[in-house]
Design a protein around this ligand. Structure first.
Ligand SMILES: NC(=O)c1ccc[n+]([C@@H]2O[C@H](COP(=O)([O-])OP(=O)(O)OC[C@H]3O[C@@H](n4cnc5c(N)ncnc54)[C@H](OP(=O)(O)O)[C@@H]3O)[C@@H](O)[C@H]2O)c1
Length: 271
């Protein structure tokens, strides 16, 4: 994909990874529509994108404050896309809830499933007729390593990201005879405020590496340029573990079993 003048809609634009993606796309001359719930954060990001660009290429982004969990929010996003056009949809919006499954509230569980999976699926479906109008349309779904490896402490989150991976794969195959290209990109742990102090402490204790959001954004730029749907997993050894878990899940069961006391310790820690 040549980014110059491409119309790209980015959900989760105000998050750590979303901001990094928005900056890299703006610097390449894309027309951005930025979606998040907080109008103030969206406006500050839009202002930054206009003033920060070194390339002199950036266009003034469109901002759409919307809760994608609601039909009204998704309709607002669709109305903006109808008005401004859309060549690519990047589904980045997501929430996480860390803790033992038995202690999670109904609200936490439903919020994770709704934002990461149901709302993302419904928004994609709403925007599909508009994407068909583009000569070369693209959908990128931001998954997670935890969309392939079930991990203690992240039960509902894993369920949502496993679902998102399945959605992406099925949609890619269903649209394989169309001009719409569907990608799945799975970051490993990334330094954003999505991860609470407890998650960061646990990652340190387990020796889990964390990426910078700019690295994830570079990977998004790379998959957007691929002509055929990609399934990309970021980080080493995470991408190997994904393969091992697919072929020999017992090995990963045992490895995570050894880490379980540490995971429990942080999952039960006071916030
Ligand atoms: N950080 C990691 O370690 C990590 C690792 C693997 C995968 N990921 C995935 O990467 C994506 C981005 O994560 P991040 O780290 O950038 O998270 P983040 O900093 O917490 O940002 C989350 C974004 O989602 C938006 N959002 C949440 N609920 C929404 C709703 N109901 N309607 C509209 N927007 C909503 C937030 O907007 P508001 O301004 O409205 O809150 C924010 O822009 C997520 O899908 C996440 O699962 C993250």
């Amino acid at each position: 994909m040549d980014f110059d003048n491409k119309r790209i809609l980015l959900t989760g634009a105000t998050g750590g990874i979303g901001i990094a993606i928005a900056k890299q796309l703006a610097a390449r001359g894309a027309y951005l529509t930025l979606v998040g719930r907080d109008q103030g954060k969206l406006q500050r990001l839009a202002d930054d994108l206009i003033t920060d660009t070194e390339s002199g290429k950036s266009h003034s982004p469109v901002i759409v404050p919307a809760d994608i969990n609601t039909q009204a929010g998704r309709a607002r996003v669709a109305a903006a896309s109808e008005l401004h056009g859309i060549d690519a949809l990047i589904n980045t919006a997501g929430v996480q809830a860390f803790g033992l499954f038995e202690n999670q509230t109904e609200t936490q569980i439903s919020d994770v499933i709704n934002v990461n999976l149901t709302a993302t699926i419904l928004l994609t479906q709403t925007l599909l007729p508009l994407l068909y109008r583009s000569a070369q349309a693209t959908i990128v779904n931001i998954g997670s390593t935890f969309g392939s490896i079930g991990h203690p402490g992240f039960v509902a989150y894993c369920a949502s990201k496993f679902g998102l991976r399945g959605f992406t794969e099925a949609l890619r195959r269903e649209l394989s005879d169309s001009d719409i290209c569907v990608h799945y990109l799975a970051p490993r742990a990334t330094r954003t405020t999505m991860n609470s102090d407890r998650v960061n402490l646990m990652n340190d204790a387990l020796g889990n590496a964390m990426d910078d959001p700019d690295e994830v954004a570079r990977a998004v730029i790379a998959v957007l340029q691929k002509p055929h749907g990609q399934r990309r997993f970021l980080g080493w050894p995470e991408k190997l573990l994904v393969k091992i878990n697919g072929l020999f899940p017992g090995i990963v069961d045992r490895a995570l079993g050894k880490q379980l006391p540490t995971i429990r310790q942080f999952a039960c820690m006071d916030k």
